[in-house]
Design a protein around this ligand. Structure first.
Ligand code: PRP
Ligand code: URA
Length: 213
């Protein structure tokens, strides 16, 4: 993990880098793409969950009773940004099986690249939950910023954003718009092209996960 801004964590784990290379390959088909996104989400999630709170419970081992740590509470929420964020949910649920899952539907207008909302359903007591917003791609930053705006409007406070690939401009905009949000990035790519696609990137993450085009 590295970066100067303490809220931005760029993953440096070789497994994450290797798997992202597989995603970039245009020959990687839908089925494989989907499972690799899930694996990467789990690996990034493992880093992002380092600061989960622990509490102590008494456990009777075969030898004695010991006070042992367990994850405190069950108040996590995973919020994918539809559609592509759905691809990351399974990986995080493997780490937090009791987490609730909310959904935010946004798509980028193809001409303005501005995010348009079409759906929002969040778990109850969102203000008390640790919230993990997931989307494989952080390009201009518009979608992530808008999704987090919504979550805050509904009371969300403790928010972490996870993505597989980010463009520097989107990462900077997100960190500026939401300085309280922790951001985990699998890889920081070079930039954006004229259609606001990440370069070198992996193409349209939603289309590659769901086999559409
Ligand atoms: C993609 C991606 C992000 C967004 C990133 O979704 O999954 O949500 O673009 O771009 P931004 O940082 O410039 O906002 P898209 O709008 O293509 O919708 P989809 O997931 O339904 O394909
Ligand atoms: N959304 C994607 O799916 N890919 C990009 O490169 C940019 C936005």
């Amino acid at each position: 993990m590295s970066n100067e801004n303490k809220n931005i964590m760029i993953c440096d784990h070789p497994l994450i880098k290797h798997k992202i290379t597989m995603l970039r390959n245009k020959e990687t088909g839908t089925n494989e793409f989907r499972s690799i996104v899930e694996e990467i989400a789990m690996l990034i999630g493992y880093e992002a969950l380092r600061d989960l709170d622990l509490e102590y419970v008494d456990v009777q081992t075969p030898i004695e009773t010991a006070s042992c740590p367990v994850i405190a509470g069950k108040k996590q929420a995973i919020v994918p940004i539809l559609r592509a964020g759905l691809g990351m949910v399974g990986g995080l649920l493997k780490l937090m099986p009791t987490a609730k899952v909310g959904h935010i539907g946004l798509y980028r207008d193809e001409e303005t690249f501005e995010p348009q909302e079409y759906y929002c359903k969040l778990p109850s007591s969102i203000d008390q939950r640790k919230i993990f917003v997931v989307d494989p791609m952080l390009a201009t930053g518009g979608s992530a910023i808008a999704a987090i705006d919504f979550i805050k409007k509904y009371g969300g406070k403790d928010i972490t954003f996870l993505c597989v690939i980010a463009a520097p401009v989107g990462l900077e905009k997100l960190a500026e718009a939401h300085p309280d949000v922790k951001i985990y990035v699998g890889n920081l790519d070079r930039g954006l092209n004229e259609k606001a696609y990440i370069v070198p990137g992996l193409g349209d993450a939603g289309d590659r996960i769901f086999g559409t085009k």
